[in-house]
Design a protein around this ligand. Structure first.
Ligand SMILES: [Zn+2]
Ligand SMILES: [Zn+2]
Ligand SMILES: [Zn+2]
Length: 118
């Protein structure tokens, strides 16, 4: 049900938003439970936590290689998810040169979507 709510949402949702929507549908879950569910969904790569807003979104990618990342439009707040294995490899190499072993990348691009840029 939480995943369904994330899927229907047009923007990232906070745990409070999710609780409010669940309540409208006649379900009550406390915050700890909602956080646990979100944590699990994120670990399964079914949902992600946005770095900038801290809100949660449903994953929009099928099985692709590379870490899932986001482009966030500053104007209309549209979110585009993407993954690029080559980018991951370049970043791993950069880190290796600095003596760091990378396991995962989190990144978010800020700018304008194609519609707002016109
Ligand atoms: Zn994803
Ligand atoms: Zn935009
Ligand atoms: Zn990566």
């Amino acid at each position: 049900m939480v995943l369904e709510i994330l899927e229907e949402a047009e923007k990232p949702l906070s745990p409070y938003d999710i609780q409010r929507i669940l309540r409208q549908r006649g379900k009550y879950l406390n915050h700890v439970t909602i956080y646990r569910i979100l944590d699990l969904l994120c670990r399964l790569n079914l949902a992600h936590k946005m770095l900038s807003s801290g809100g949660f979104v449903k994953c929009n990618l099928d099985a692709v290689e590379g870490c899932h990342r986001f482009m966030v439009c500053q104007d209309c707040e549209a979110i585009q998810e993407f993954a690029d294995e080559g980018l991951c490899q370049e970043e791993n190499e950069l880190a290796r040169n600095l003596g760091f072993h990378t396991e995962h990348h989190l990144s978010e691009f800020s700018g304008l979507c194609s519609r707002c840029h016109k």
